[in-house]
Write a protein that binds this ligand. Structure first.
Ligand code: NDP
Length: 254
């Protein structure tokens, strides 16, 4: 895939299952591919498929990272820093997420806070922690994209305030919808704050994908979604900074 080889390093959170795992798996098979693929998983002992993948690809790096855990973030930073060295980190994919799908009658304050913690606060805190490495990479390039420094926040169409309106829309999952809408604002703030340093930030909806979260009825296989995601990520440029894009590259309404 064009562009991937210009990325020296990519870190994907939530790589034990689903979209994160398949993204890492596809990256490892891609030719050309990023120099260093780093998969973050919160509990390696349960990430059986990821461990199997690492057995057949000794150059796949796995780091332990519960995105809600400050000590994990610090330790993962140190590990990634030693892996990427002076080149810094070119691409951070904030993929880890949970979906609490409580409706109005069910929703509790605790569920709202939990989903907000994992889907909104943690991507911001992980990004903040890894900024020194993204900055290091950004200083060495020009333009914008994964050849330089990019943050991809995995969002959802369900974050869209505009699309979540009208008779056709389904039941409202308060914790999930709200947490991803707020994540989009994190994207907008970061993309504005980091623009001057050449660090791109965007929100990406992977589509409705057959994973544990998406369920078996989902429209897309992991393969279909990831092929599109990788094409999109490879070609990110200035015009995508601060954007909210579908996996096909279509701009989604906020
Ligand atoms: P899955 O439920 O299949 O996988 C979620 C991943 O996130 C797992 O690797 C899980 O790790 C990890 N994770 C959850 N909480 C944490 C945490 N605190 N720290 C670190 N990792 C964590 O979901 P998908 O692969 O489907 O979703 C990936 C992303 O895509 C999510 O952000 C989701 O919101 C988004 N998305 C998915 C859609 C879909 O249709 N599937 C649609 C739109 C967006 P563990 O194995 O340890 O639990």
């Amino acid at each position: 895939m064009s562009g991937l080889h210009k990325c020296s390093s990519i870190l994907v959170t939530g790589a034990s299952r689903g979209i994160g795992l398949h993204l890492v798996e596809t990256l490892m098979k891609s030719k050309p591919r990023p120099g260093k693929v780093i998969a973050a998983a919160r509990d390696r002992s349960r990430a059986k498929e990821l461990n199997r993948l690492a057995e057949s690809h000794p150059d796949l790096y796995i780091v332990t990272l519960d995105v809600t855990n400050k000590d994990d973030i610090k330790a993962a930073f140190k590990e990634v820093e030693s892996l990427v060295g002076d080149k810094g980190l070119n691409c951070l994919v904030n993929n880890a997420g949970i979906k609490l799908d409580s409706t109005l009658n069910e929703v509790t304050a605790e569920e709202m806070m939990k989903n907000f913690e994992v889907n909104t606060v943690s991507p911001l805190m992980v990004t903040k922690a890894f900024l020194p490495l993204l900055r290091k990479a950004a200083k060495q390039g020009t333009g914008m994209g994964i050849h330089r420094a990019a943050i991809v926040n995995v969002s959802s169409m369900l974050a869209s305030i505009q699309l979540n309106w009208g008779e056709g829309t389904k039941e409202k999952w308060y914790p999930y919808h709200v947490s991803k809408t707020a994540l989009n604002m994190v994207t907008r703030c970061l993309s504005s704050d980091l623009l001057g340093e050449g660090i791109l930030c965007m929100s990406l909806c992977p589509g409705w994908v057959k994973t544990d979260m998406g369920g078996p009825q989902a429209q897309l296989t992991k393969e279909e979604s990831i092929d599109n995601i990788l094409k999109l990520i490879s070609n990110l440029s200035e015009k995508d900074n601060g954007g909210f894009l579908n996996h096909t590259g279509e701009t989604l309404p906020w």
